[in-house]
Write a protein that binds this ligand. Structure first.
Ligand code: NDP
Length: 449
């Protein structure tokens, strides 16, 4: 075994001993560690200076109590988190997630991935993530507002426009960002750049809502164009029906694909006529209802209660997982291969298990890892910060054009880095190495801090 391989194995095994129960975190680190050796072989300075071990330790991990009162006067409590993982490239940047499954492991995996994702955008942003195990489902407007205000009472001590800039993620959209922003303003002062994903009426960016989904489709379109192909005429399935899923469907349809299915945590819908996106938007964005109600207006569609969309036998070309981590297991990956899928591009963070990833590799499926393909959201968040600092709003076309350019650049960087250090079309290696290189160089030049 080479010295560098041994170094990597020791780091990983120490983490396993230290955090035996942090499954998702260990998974994200394992995926990264499995690809970085060829780069370190050519750049041993990063091993000599122990940059990788340094990078694995978050700069700061904040865990706090969020007390709030229900409408019926009950006293409730949740746990809040903010992981400020790495600031070598800029202030911490990453979303807030509200979901009952949130714990330290999930926060750390998301923040760890965010470091490399943000680096890939080539914008000046470091990696962070946060959230709470609060479940927004079934909560009233008043409860959501009081919860957000209580969370911000504590979080405001650690964030700022040049320090740490949270945004949305699962369970956190424009409504929640609005309440968080209002409370920050009351406790501090009006600082437009302290949160991104703000509503348009007070310095949100046009195209931020669409950015992650559109960016995902742009990434895949550049990949397809490279192969003299395009989205036109492709059959697509999408998981989830939240922010990322909806705008991935919109852009894929615009580019001429037919999207046949989407889902939520209650089950999935397949519509043989193609998904009616206006209906999905009405159900999800306006009524905040379950995807099952799609059938009330589209009786020819099928709904599979509690089903995972990737278990269906539908024959299609492109899978866009846009719901949550580990939604594609090894068994489901085999099903996708059987269904004729050629491309799997992640809108969600780490929706593919390590075993599923192996299945895709063995079957030459073009696989686009989330840290590259879903970076459009954070990229436009950074453009929102630029507009806030300039005190000038950009047009939708301007932001959308920048987004497309950034996704093209990320795609080409991943492709070229894979060609240099790994195998053609190994976008996992390409994304990890290119993302790491920029952060590692910055850490080295900033010294032991
Ligand atoms: P939303 O809350 O808007 O939507 C999430 C969707 O995924 C919903 O349809 C939800 O169903 C479904 N879902 C969530 N958890 C589960 C689960 N455990 N099982 C089954 N379905 C689930 O979130 P986003 O669209 O913002 O985020 C989706 C993914 O994209 C996440 O992985 C997020 O980290 C990632 N991402 C988001 C970015 C953004 O800009 N928003 C940027 C980059 C990545 P239900 O409503 O029933 O829970």
């Amino acid at each position: 075994m080479t010295e560098i391989k041994q170094y990597l194995e020791n780091l990983e095994s120490n983490l396993k001993t230290k955090y035996p129960n942090q499954k998702e975190y260990l998974q994200a680190v394992a995926e990264f560690m499995g690809t970085i050796e060829p780069f370190l072989n050519q750049n041993p300075i990063f091993v000599e200076k122990n940059i990788l071990e340094m990078l694995l330790v978050p700069e700061r991990l904040i865990e706090f109590r969020i007390p709030w009162m229900s409408d019926s006067g009950e006293w409730k409590v949740n746990t809040g988190y903010r992981v400020q993982y790495n600031s070598a490239l800029g202030p911490y940047k990453g979303g807030m997630r509200f979901h009952p499954t949130v714990n330290q492991s999930i926060m750390k995996f998301l923040a760890f991935e965010q470091i490399f994702k943000n680096s890939l955008t080539s914008l000046p942003i470091g990696g962070g993530k946060g959230g709470s195990d609060f479940d927004p489902k079934g909560k009233s407007e008043g409860e959501i507002m009081r919860f957000c205000q209580s969370l911000m009472q504590e979080l405001q001590k650690y964030i700022g426009p040049d320090q740490d800039i949270p945004a949305g993620d699962i369970g956190v959209g424009g409504r929640e960002i609005g309440y968080l922003f209002g409370e920050y303003k009351r406790l501090n002062s009006y600082q437009a750049g302290v949160l991104t994903g703000k509503p348009l009426s007070y310095w949100g960016s046009l195209a931020r809502t669409e950015a992650t989904g559109y960016g995902l489709v742009y990434f895949v379109e550049h990949l397809l164009n490279d192969q003299k192909d395009s989205f036109a005429g492709k059959k697509v399935l999408v998981s989830g029906s939240g922010n990322v899923a909806i705008y991935a469907i919109e852009k894929a349809q615009e580019l001429g694909a037919t999207v046949y299915g989407c889902s939520d945590s209650s089950g999935y819908v397949i519509d043989p006529e193609g998904i009616d996106l206006n209906l999905v938007k009405e159900i999800k964005e306006i009524k905040r209802d379950r995807i099952k109600t799609y059938l009330e207006k589209k009786p020819k569609a099928k709904f599979v209660e509690k089903g995972n969309i990737w278990s269906d036998e539908f024959y299609f070309d492109i899978a866009l997982p846009c719901a949550t981590q580990n939604e594609i297991s090894e068994e489901l990956a085999k099903q996708l291969v059987q269904n004729g899928v050629q491309i799997v591009a992640e809108g969600a963070n780490m929706p593919t298990s390590l075993e599923a990833l192996e299945v895709f590799k063995e079957n030459n499926i073009l696989y686009c890892p989330g840290k590259a393909s879903n970076a459009g959201g954070v990229a436009v968040s950074a453009l929102e910060m630029a507009q806030n600092a300039q005190r000038l709003p950009w047009t939708f076309e301007q932001v959308d054009h920048e987004l497309n350019q950034i996704m093209k650049n990320i795609y080409e960087t991943c492709r070229d880095t894979a060609n240099r250090y790994a195998n053609k079309n190994d976008f996992v290696s390409g994304a990890n190495i290119a993302g790491f290189e920029r952060v590692a160089k910055a850490m080295l030049s900033q010294g032991l801090v």
